[in-house]
Every structure is written in C-alpha cells, then in structure tokens.
Design a protein around this ligand. Structure first.
Ligand code: ADP
Length: 484
C-alpha cells in the first residue's frame, strides 16, 4: 500500500518524547513489510547538514486565512520504500524547542501546524505520491483528517482517501482561543461541541478524533481507560465513547536497532544476556558520570522523562528519603515543570552521592541510564504506552511501574504478593499513585535484588523478551486495509 504519514517529530531528526521514537520506527517497519511510505515533518532549525537532506527544488503554497505560506520540500530516503519529506518555512526555523521556547508555547502554533497538516497533503501531491491511506498523529497533525473530508480555506483536498488518527496522549489537545478559528479560516459551523469546540476553545485534537475514519491509541489498556470517565479521557471520553467502535489500541514496539545493549555506541561497555560483565561496567561508569558514590552493591534506580504530574515525578520526589534510607541510589534525567524540578533538586541536595538529578535532554545519557541502572522507575499516574519500560527490559534493567495503561499491558510482576519471588515475571508493579505504594514495590524489588541468583534469572527473562515493531506494524496494516 501507499501510506502517507504526518507527524511533528521523528528521531533522529527531531524528538521530544515517545512520538519521535514511534515515527522513527513504525514507518521503517511498514516499509520492511513492503509498503511504500512517505512521512511528512516540519524542517525545524535543529534539522541541519548532518541529516543530509536533499532539496527537491519543489515548493508548495498553503493558503492560511488569505495569506499564502510557501514551503520548500526537502527529502531523505533512509531505507528502501521509505522517504521522509520536510516542509521548510521560517515558522519552523526558530531557536528554542519544537513547540516553544523557555517553557512557553509559540503563539502561532495553530498556524505552524495547520501548515504541516495541509502542507503534507499538497506536498505528497507535488511528489506524485497518491496514498491509499493517510495516517496522522497527535494534535499537530489532527487537521489532516478534517482537510481530507472538508478541504481547507477554499482549497479542495488533493485526494479523497481514508485516514487513521493516532493519539499518543489525550492530554495534549492543541487548545487555542476561539479567535484561532478565524486565523485558520475554519468554517464557523465547526465551532461546536460535536466538532472542534472544547469548552469555549478551539481544540485541534478534536479535528482528528471527529473526522478520521479510524482512531487508535498506543496501548489496549489506555484505550479502555480513556473511555471510562472525564478524568481518564481528559474530557474527551464522551467523544471517544461515541467513536468506540472505530477506536483501537495498538501497543508500540521497541526499536532494537537503537535500543540494544549489544550494539549501543552510547554505552561505555556493551553486553548481552550471554555475558553481563559489561552491565557492571556501565553501572560503575554511570555512578561516576552523574556523581553517585561508587558502590557496586547499592541498588541503582534510574528514571528518564518529563518532569510532570503525569509521569509521577512529584511522588518520586516524595519517595526519595525512604529510597535512600534503604540504601538505594537514584539518577533522574528530565526536563519540564519548574516546581517538580525544584522538589527533586531539594532532595538531591539533601543526599549528595546518593541522588543525582540531571536537568536536560540528553539522548546519550538516556542510553547510559538504561544500561547502568538496576531498576527503572515509572510511577506515571497514567501512561498511554511508555517506551522506557520496554527499553529497560532489553537492557536487563528491571522496570518498577504504576500498573496503568501501557505499563500494565507490558510488565509482569516478578515478586507478586503470595507467590514465590523470581519464579516468573520481569519487573515490579504497584497499584495507586502514592509514594507509599512505590516504596512497597521497591521493598519487594530489594528483597529479590538481595537474592543474587533469583535477580539474575529475572534479568535474563527480561532480556529475552521482544516487542518487535513488526508486530505493531502488522496491526496498523490491518487497519489500513480495512479502510482502503
Ligand atoms: P512521553 O510521554 O514523554 O512521550 P515515552 O515514555 O513514551 O514518554 O517516551 C519518552 C522518550 O523520550 C524515551 O525515548 C525517553 O528516553 C526520551 N526522553 C524523555 N526525556 C528525555 C531526556 N530528558 N533526555 C533524553 N531522552 C529523553
């Protein structure tokens, strides 16, 4: 099939989170299954010479509320049948992050991502790529399904093909003041709770949820949870229940070409299930790198992610004194909410050499935390899929997770209450987003850690698991086929 994919990030070009990993691995897995895939992304300032894009010399004009936005088209083809096409416009060519600067969103994000959504369709036509199906992701590409059905600003969609819309996190909704409707020249009849309105604001995410032919979330449990109530569905539960028969839950995979301790160039030493010596070297090097005491025996806990209530980083901060009291060490890598950062830093200041907080985006260090830690903590309040628990398994770093969403779908407890510890399972789960429950699971993990043979057997079980992207791609393929 010919598949057009539209998203706002893809590793290694531009990544702020899990979406970037997905748009790197899923198109490749689809191409490997014989599909012809074109992915359209913005050409941000950070995408430069090192990514070796080729200027196609082609341009598109996108009419946004009476003004023509012009975008040049840049291309790279990392694998057979797989192409990434980048829209170049000064709106993307900015200092700061992909979506804002100094923690503030760019004010014209609605226009920047209307350019992506409408531009992707026009760009595909420019490249003579007529898709059988269009797959759009998250609010930044959510206008795509609407444009396919209703056109945009007097422009008719270049093709009438079905669409799938995947939402990676229902809390990122693309909310803008009502006036943004005028900025985008969206028809006034769409400003309605059954279409794009969300409590008096424009909600771009709803354009995807309402107009796409099929919808998906990134794990089966998150799909179920999103239908439950307002809190779980981030206020979109009613709409999702209305679309329930079209809503699917497809678990992400883990890309073993990028996240694999046998070949990981970011690690100081490589290792595999056959020879774990390198993992001990990674632990020692990580302790040194982030300033933790060089204690081989200490249970080293790692975590990576946005400093946000969603990720449970505040309850992790609450758990730190008890984690340290029990002889554990902790390294946290992340960026985000200033209050949570302050809370974490206060704890780190109390426990030098036992707690390290690294406040930046650092892909290399993320790999070294996966490689060097014993335990990986994910106390997320909710988790659409989560990828780090999958990477952790591959690195023999046992995940300790709050049993929600994708975490619940992927992690089996190795020390469940009332069962012989270490006989099955490959991680630790807790119920209830509280520091107490986290510490309860940590105590079960410590007991297993103190039994060297049982711990090692559990690590080896974790490392033997696979979450191949090909399996996820097969499920997306079935949805595309049902649509086309
Ligand atoms: P999210 O909800 O943020 O998308 P996921 O668990 O789905 O969370 O994916 C997060 C991805 O982003 C992982 O690959 C993780 O390693 C990476 N990541 C998050 N924060 C950082 C950071 N500060 N430095 C490096 N990588 C990070």
């Amino acid at each position: 099939m010919k598949i057009l994919m539209v998203a706002s990030e893809a590793a290694p070009f531009a990544k702020t989170g899990g979406l970037g990993d997905v748009i790197s691995a899923l198109p490749r897995a689809l191409a490997a299954r014989g599909h012809d895939v074109l992915v359209v992304l913005p050409k941000y300032a950070l995408i430069d010479e090192q990514h070796a894009l080729r200027d196609t010399g082609r341009r598109i004009q996108v009419p946004i509320a009476g003004t023509d936005w012009s975008a040049g088209l840049f291309l790279t083809a990392p694998a057979e049948r797989l192409r990434y096409l980048f829209l170049s416009n000064e709106a993307y060519d900015r200092q700061g992050g992909l979506y804002g600067v100094n923690g503030k969103d760019f004010r014209d994000n609605h226009k920047r991502f209307a350019l992506l959504s409408v531009g992707a369709l026009l760009a595909a036509r420019q490249m003579n790529f007529v898709p059988d199906v269009v797959h759009a992701h998250d609010w930044q590409a959510a206008l795509v399904p609407l444009v396919l059905k209703r056109g945009f600003g007097g422009l008719v969609s270049p093709f009438r093909v079905p669409s799938l819309f995947t939402v990676h996190n229902l809390s990122f909704q693309g909310l803008f003041p009502k006036e943004a409707m005028t900025d985008l020249a969206l028809p006034a009849d769409l400003f309605h709770p059954d279409a794009l309105e969300f409590y008096g604001q424009l909600c771009l995410l709803k354009a995807g949820l309402v107009f796409a032919d099929k919808l998906s979330t990134v794990s089966p449990s998150y799909r179920e949870e999103s239908l439950l109530d307002q809190e779980h569905g981030a206020g979109l539960d009613g709409l999702l229940r209305w679309r329930e028969k079209d809503l699917h839950g497809i678990l992400n995979g883990a890309d073993a070409t990028v996240w694999n301790p046998e070949i990981d160039a970011h690690l100081p030493a490589r290792y595999s299930a056959k020879d774990l010596a390198g993992k001990a070297a990674c632990k020692a090097a990580l302790q040194k790198e982030v300033g933790l005491h060089p204690e081989m025996k200490a249970l080293l806990c790692g975590t990576i992610g946005r400093f946000s209530a969603q990720k449970g980083m505040d309850l992790l901060a609450d758990a730190i004194p008890r984690l340290v009291e029990r002889g554990g060490q902790l390294v946290v890598l992340g960026t985000g909410d200033a209050e949570i950062e302050k809370k974490l830093n206060e704890q780190a200041a109390r426990f030098p050499g036992r707690v390290a907080i690294v406040n930046r985006f650092d892909d290399g260090l993320a790999h070294r935390i996966e490689g060097g830690s014993d335990l990986f903590l994910m106390p997320s309040r909710y988790e659409p899929c989560g990828l780090n628990q999958l990477y952790s398994l591959r690195y023999g770093t046992l995940p300790l997770v709050h049993a929600v969403g994708g975490l619940k779908d992927t992690i089996e407890d190795a020390a469940p209450h009332g069962k012989q510890p270490g006989a099955q399972g490959f991680g630790f789960r807790f119920e209830g987003a509280h520091a107490d429950s986290l510490i309860g699971a940590l105590d079960r993990a410590r007991a297993l850690y103190n039994d060297h043979d049982a711990w090692k057997a559990t690590v080896l079980r974790a490392m033997a698991l696979e979450f191949p992207w090909d399996a996820a791609a097969g499920k997306y393929e079935a949805l595309y086929k049902a649509l086309a």
